[in-house]
Design a protein around this ligand. Structure first.
Ligand code: ADP
Ligand code: ZN
Length: 528
């Protein structure tokens, strides 16, 4: 009798097992693959390590057509092509740097399952290439690291913006955008830029349960270096790898030097090193010959090392998206790992520097907003995981995760109703269109020219808060922002702080001595 094997061994599962050796799909993989095979555009937003690549690697094997994958880095493509070849797939990559016309003509005649291309190559290759490929069969066009398309993303790349040209050429080919981080704004931007038609959208969870998140503030100096060495030595003795991300090459070199002096096997990686040295450094780290990699964010995409136990940020990153992505390289094997962020207040004054890269007013605003989110995360006194997930639009139902510094350490709390009242009232009296410095200076009784000109020295609040430091007031403001009493907005590079409706209610509902106390955690700045 004829048994319908395919009923027991669906072709997708068969393919997954045959080529990849896996017996089950991870969440969303099957749905994404099915949608692609039906010709539907897909937008895939899933955390690093969740298995996004498989979503575009399976369809060509089922459809027996080529999948074209746009990827930003040649080193990444090389790794992927090698891994796929080992699995018995026919894979190759094309970049503008190559003059390999053989690979191109092989591609045109449909000899590859998967063809990687840089965005530059995809936009500059002759139109005849695409028409030949359409004839032989192309089952999808995937755009990896798709957030690079968006000006609102943290890693905008002009080459990516031009990919929309391909839509007009590859009319009925499903487009698949994949990224590990995207806020709603960026998601919409990706879908629009690639002119997606009612895409199937798969958004995985951003919750990396095995990662501990923590933040400390620091002041540059030798005593802090001692702390770093102590910290790192702890992890090195536990046989786990560590990445230390720095914001400047100067910091990278400095920390690298003290680690080496302390006898720690450390490597170095940044954008100004020769390619050869960088690759060598990367390789030694992957092979566990180095315990610690000190790097700028140039050490990034494509680090698929499972046993990184610790990611330290020395200095606050320029956006919360990049923080999430960089810290996310930790613990990919699912084993408990930690992410500590060390920031100093001066990190938040670098906006002008970052905005130097901006090409438009929108982009400047986007850069500022990203930096502000990173600052808020740094100065947060509530659950960091909840904040991160909220930022990416994911509901985290609990107020405490139990696996971040704010959830595990009990901070002293104190009733700050009076001070909160003062600060909010002062912000309101100043007209609500200043940054934080103005109202804080007014409270501290400054008689600067700016204050005299605005006649803020005549306000009843002038000088009422002078026994507390400016940083004390700023920490309070941060907390009031995260609890929703104040709102911080940004237009290009200018930040303004105003009182929210919740804050107005607090101010108007009763006199300070009548309202329920506003009990807030005491930050380190507030103690000293
Ligand atoms: P991403 O692109 O989302 O960062 P990858 O595609 O690199 O993630 O996948 C991460 C790891 O998970 C890889 O080693 C991959 O082989 C593995 N993987 C993917 N899908 C499955 C699956 N269905 N079952 C088991 N392992 C999988
Ligand atoms: Zn928490």
């Amino acid at each position: 009798t004829d048994t319908d094997f395919s009923r027991f061994f669906p072709p997708l599962l068969l393919c997954l097992y045959k080529y990849f050796g896996y017996s089950a799909f991870r969440p969303y993989q099957k749905e994404i693959i099915e949608n692609i095979l039906e010709g539907r555009d897909c937008l895939v937003v899933m955390a690093t390590g969740s298995g996004k690549s498989l979503c575009y690697q399976v369809p060509p094997l089922i459809a027996k057509k080529t999948a074209v994958v746009i990827s930003p880095l040649i080193s990444l493509m090389q790794d992927q092509v090698m891994a796929l070849k080992q699995r018995g797939l026919k894979a190759e990559y094309l970049s503008s740097a190559q003059i390999d016309s053989r690979a191109q003509s092989k591609a045109e005649s449909g000899q590859f399952d998967i063809l990687y291309m840089t965005p530059e190559k995809a936009c500059s290759i002759a139109p005849s290439f695409w028409s030949k490929l359409l004839n032989t069969g192309i089952c999808l066009l995937a755009v990896d690291e798709a957030h690079c398309i968006s000006e609102w993303g943290h890693d905008f790349r002009v080459e990516y913006k031009q990919l929309d040209k391909l839509r007009g050429i590859l009319l009925n080919v499903p487009f698949v955008g994949l990224t590990a981080t995207a806020t709603e704004k960026v998601r919409i931007d990706i879908a629009n830029s690639l002119k997606m038609k009612e895409p199937y959208v798969a958004i995985g969870s951003f919750d990396r349960k095995n990662l501990f998140y923590g933040v400390k503030s620091f002041i540059r100096g030798s005593s802090f270096m001692d702390e770093i060495i102590r910290e790192i030595s702890k992890f090195v003795s536990n046989a786990g790898s560590t990445i230390i991300y720095c914001t400047t090459i100067k910091d990278v070199e400095e920390i690298f030097k003290i680690l080496i002096e302390a006898g720690i096997k450390a490597g170095i990686y940044h954008g100004q090193m020769a390619n050869k040295d960088r690759e060598e450094s990367h390789r030694s780290f992957i092979r566990d010959e180095l315990h610690v990699m000190v790097a700028t964010i140039a050490f990034g995409m494509g680090i698929d090392k499972p046993n990184i136990r610790y990611v330290m940020h020395y200095g606050c990153p320029k956006s919360l998206e990049s923080y999430y992505q960089e810290s996310g390289r930790c613990g990919r094997d699912g084993i408990a790992s930690v992410c500590w962020l060390y920031y100093s207040r001066s990190d938040f004054a670098k906006a002008d520097f970052y905005c130097g890269e901006a090409r438009s007013a929108n982009q400047r605003t986007a850069i500022m907003e990203s930096l502000m989110a990173a600052q808020r995360y740094s100065m947060l006194t509530t659950c960091r995981r909840k904040f991160l997930l909220d930022y990416f639009g994911e509901k985290y139902t609990s107020d405490k995760c139990g696996n971040c510094d704010n959830c595990t350490s009990s901070k002293k709390e104190s009733d700050m109703s009076k001070e909160a009242f003062l600060l909010m009232a002062c912000i309101q009296s100043c007209g609500g269109h200043w940054g934080l410095n103005m109202p804080v200076d007014v409270l501290r009784g400054s008689r600067s020219k700016k204050i005299l000109n605005a006649r803020f020295d005549e306000l009843p609040f002038h000088g009422l808060g002078k026994e507390l430091s400016a940083n004390w007031w700023k920490d309070l403001a941060c907390q009031l922002i995260s609890y929703g009493y104040l709102i911080e907005t940004v237009k290009e590079v200018y930040r303004t702080v105003s009182v929210s409706p919740k804050g107005v209610q607090f101010l108007s509902s009763s006199r300070p001595d009548h309202q329920p106390p506003l009990v807030l955690p005491v930050t380190s700045e507030m103690v000293s």
